[in-house]
Design a protein around this ligand. Structure first.
Ligand code: AVJ
Length: 320
């Protein structure tokens, strides 16, 4: 019978990340060399990130999951049922499972740039939740949201867990929230997970784990650049460095050149002085007031915030 087969549909917008060559090379030619953290996530990078989420020092993932789990009912009360529940960058759709039974959306819309992975994840989710309609969209949500016109016209809630917004500089984070706000409209909402500003010691431990997984994750971007740029970065000639920039309230990750060296990238020579770095990631942290003013600047208001007892992490429900 078809009765317990969930309706899973799939739409491919054929997102074009570009081949990265020009973009990455331009970043390596800036006074402060830098590379966008989106390049971390090839197969190996995604596996390493997955390991990071289970490290004892890396509290965000397990803390957020606990917050979602402990507050399912009141989160659901805010989101309302029968919504179009949209998750940009859904990956394996792991966290939404915590909420689905409570939130009972009319349709769940996972959006991800990795087509095969999205397809598999959506099918698996559909098997686990036969009552759920799933409309999986392969798209770069930074490039546009045209696919929304295909969706049923119900209240929209955007689910953005994981403190992914922390990767964006505040002005870009503001612009992103503004886009989301206009997308969900006046009666929609945003459920977003944000890592909290806290002691430097605690934060730095989370990005300098004893097992060295975060170091491997960071160094993996050199392999990625070797593949994308026909470059000859030597992993042994760089080391991982992560520190909390207290003034800017962000973790900065860098790759530090161990020596004076020249690296050929896409036919161009890039010079490194010993100690010079490639800035690979920012991870902004927000106090409650910090995030409230970011939300306000994007035309949104915090309706409710859920936190763990230690206040390590926050989940916020926002509305226009
Ligand atoms: C996926 C961006 C939320 O900033 O904590 C983890 C990425 N980098 N360890 C974060 C990350 C190093 C992570 N985000």
């Amino acid at each position: 019978s078809l009765g317990n087969v969930s309706r899973v549909s799939f739409r491919d917008e054929h997102p074009d990340l570009g081949d990265g060559r020009a973009e990455i090379l331009a970043g390596l030619q800036l006074p402060q060399k830098s590379v966008n953290p989106k390049w971390f996530y090839d197969q190996r990078g995604s596996e390493l990130f997955d390991q990071i989420t289970r490290l004892p020092e890396y509290y965000p993932t397990r803390t957020e999951s606990m917050i979602l789990n402990d507050n399912r009912a009141s989160i659901a009360a805010n989101c309302g049922d029968n919504s179009v529940f949209i998750e940009p960058g859904s990956g394996s759709s792991e966290k939404v499972r915590i909420l689905l039974e409570a939130v009972r959306p009319a349709v769940y819309v996972p959006v991800d740039i990795s087509a095969d992975f999205l397809h598999e994840s959506a099918k698996t989710l559909g098997d686990e939740y036969p009552w759920l309609d799933i409309f999986a969209v392969c798209a770069d949500f930074n490039a546009g949201w045209e696919f929304l016109s295909e969706l049923p016209s119900a209240r929209r809630v955007v689910f953005y867990p994981g403190s992914t917004i922390g990767n964006l500089d505040p002005s870009l984070a503001q612009a992103f929230l503004r886009t989301i706000a206009s997308l969900v409209g006046k009666d929609g909402g945003v459920l977003i997970g944000v890592d909290t500003h806290k002691s430097t010691e605690r934060l730095e431990a989370a990005y300098n784990d004893d097992a060295g997984v975060t170091a491997q994750f960071n160094l993996n971007v050199l392999r990625r650049m070797n593949a994308l740029l026909d470059a000859d970065f030597d992993e042994a000639a760089f080391r991982h460095r992560a520190f909390y920039n207290e003034d800017l309230r962000r973790i900065e990750m860098h790759l530090v050149s161990e020596l004076n060296q020249q690296v050929e990238c896409a036919g161009t020579i890039v010079d490194f002085k010993a100690g010079e770095t490639i800035h690979t990631e920012c991870s902004y942290k927000y106090g409650l007031e910090d995030f409230a003013s970011l939300a306000t600047s994007a035309g949104l208001e915090i309706i409710e915030t859920w936190q763990d007892e230690e206040g390590l992490f926050g989940v916020h429900y926002l509305r226009s």
